[in-house]
Design a protein around this ligand. Structure first.
Ligand code: ZN
Length: 486
């Protein structure tokens, strides 16, 4: 029955920008302060206070737009969005209406299996955040009896970007992939920390269904209150099921706003939407329009870092990394830059990724120092990989050298020479170790001779130990067999 239908999903998300100060005043933009300590006449909207726009927030927003290939109009402006809510001191929000800073754009993303997808954006615009209400006594937001609501205006006026997508997404998995792409893009650009648990990314999903192959959209519902990417996926999934069940039983989907209940795993009616809100937008009279020259735009474009999807394509097609490996490298801060430097220093990409994701990540955990901050430079790791590839050292010594260089810095090749760590491959030298080990382990020797192959692995380990880890395991095995069968 599910196959008869196709889901149509659009996402709206709000992302707090990373700036020192708020959007229109000098108050700190910091999460977690004591309530109402980061406030001033401007963000409290006291009479006569005037806003001054935050230049960095505007730059952040334009860079985000350029990174998704949006159009940056030469002229844009702020508007007042009028509505009353106690978390908003002005009784209007400074936002953007018909002339936003960016228009259009495409978010390139991928699914866990590596499938590449795209979703068009309608716009990304700039606005200010509201304060925060805490409802004491009950949790559903309604006041009763002596219960109270408290308001904290620290967040009021924090710069916020609103990203609105076109309804291009077709499954919960695609919606989650789209949000993950926005997150990694904004983190890479340095425009936001994107911490959903601190509310710096909040999103709503518009969901409708239609018969597969139909060209018209069905009636959509809007889902709110999702506080992790996982709950976005679950909420959309559950809403698609609910809508299909309604239609299958001959009912109609109503246009409404629905809340997500994480513990029950279902959406519930919050309010029906008979008519659209009239916010009575008008141009903000206290702020000048924003104009850009072409050279300002090209300077911002030139400041863009390597974009995650371009990197993903390079890692998939040129380096043949799995989607999981590529994603892990791209999503860990500094790791993809580091890997690119190791490859640029001459290391094969696959070996570089193996070292970066296994041995280096183990050392990072052990020492509490991230790879890019360790003493192991990309050039040193490339040198170590060369020593392994040319069989100068084996994997056991490689781990030791890696650990030393990680803590102390320096050149792996110089360390191998100085401490005589090169792999021993000379059969005559190895024969001497083998003879000594065989003499010391008569039980294992007779075990092997009576057909117990496992005894050979034990003896091989003993020979490598005898050589202080330097004997080439393949030569050791050959010489062991030769002497045991002699
Ligand atoms: Zn302020």
């Amino acid at each position: 029955m599910r196959e008869k239908y196709e889901a149509v999903i659009g996402i709206e998300c709000h992302v707090e920008l990373k700036t020192q100060s708020k959007m229109f005043c000098g108050c700190a933009n910091e999460f977690g302060g004591e309530p109402n300590t980061q406030i001033c006449p401007v963000c409290l909207a006291l009479p006569g206070a005037l806003p001054v726009p935050n230049e960095l927030a505007i730059r952040h927003l334009v860079r985000a737009g350029l990174a998704v290939n949006a159009e940056i109009p030469a002229f844009s402006k702020f508007d007042r969005k009028n509505y009353f809510y106690p978390d908003m001191p002005k009784n209007y929000q400074i936002s953007q209406y018909d002339m936003p800073l960016t228009q259009g754009g495409i978010v390139e993303f991928w699914l866990p299996d590596g499938t590449r997808k795209r979703c068009r954006l309608t716009r990304i615009h700039l606005e200010e955040d509201t304060g925060k209400l805490s409802h004491m006594g009950n949790t559903d937001g309604r006041l009763a009896g002596s219960e109270a609501s408290l308001v904290d205006y620290n967040r009021a006026g924090v710069p916020l970007m609103e990203c609105v997508s076109e309804p291009d997404l077709r499954s919960a998995e695609e919606a989650v992939g789209f949000l993950e792409a926005l997150k990694r893009l904004f983190v890479q650009l340095g425009v936001s920390d994107v911490k959903m648990e601190e509310g710096s990314l909040r999103c709503d999903a518009n969901v409708s269904i239609r018969l597969r192959g139909a060209s018209e959209y069905g009636t959509k519902t809007e889902i709110k209150n999702m506080n992790s990417f996982r709950s976005v996926g679950r909420a959309i999934e559950s809403e698609i099921e609910r809508q299909i069940a309604l239609v299958e039983s001959g009912q109609r989907v109503q246009q409404e706003t629905r809340g997500w209940n994480e513990s029950q795993g279902t959406t519930h009616l919050q309010r029906s939407k008979e008519k659209a809100h009239d916010y009575r937008y008008f141009p903000e009279p206290d702020l000048l329009p924003i104009c850009f020259t072409p050279s300002e735009i090209s300077a911002l474009r030139a400041s863009l870092p390597p974009l995650p999807h371009a990197r993903f394509d390079r890692y998939s097609h040129e380096y043949h990394f799995s989607a999981a490996v590529a994603t892990q490298l791209i999503d860990t801060p500094g790791l993809a830059d580091y890997l690119d430097d190791v490859v640029a220093a001459g290391a094969p990409a696959q070996s570089a990724a193996n070292f970066v994701l296994t041995d280096c990540s183990r050392l990072a955990n052990e020492t509490g120092v991230a790879l890019p901050a360790s003493h192991l430079t990309p050039a040193a790791l490339a040198e170590l990989i060369a020593l392994v590839e040319e069989k100068t050292i084996g994997s056991k010594i490689a781990k030791e050298v890696l650990s030393r260089i990680w803590r102390e810095g320096g050149s792996p090749r110089a360390l191998v020479i100085a401490e005589n760590l090169a792999q021993v491959t000379d059969p005559n030298v190895i024969d001497a170790f083998v003879a000594k080990v065989l003499a010391a382990n008569p039980q294992s020797v007779s075990d092997f001779r009576s057909g117990k192959e496992k005894a050979l692995m034990f003896l091989r380990g003993q020979v490598i130990k005898e050589s202080a880890g330097k004997a080439d395991p393949l030569v050791v095995e050959t010489r062991l067999r030769a002497q045991l069968q002699a």
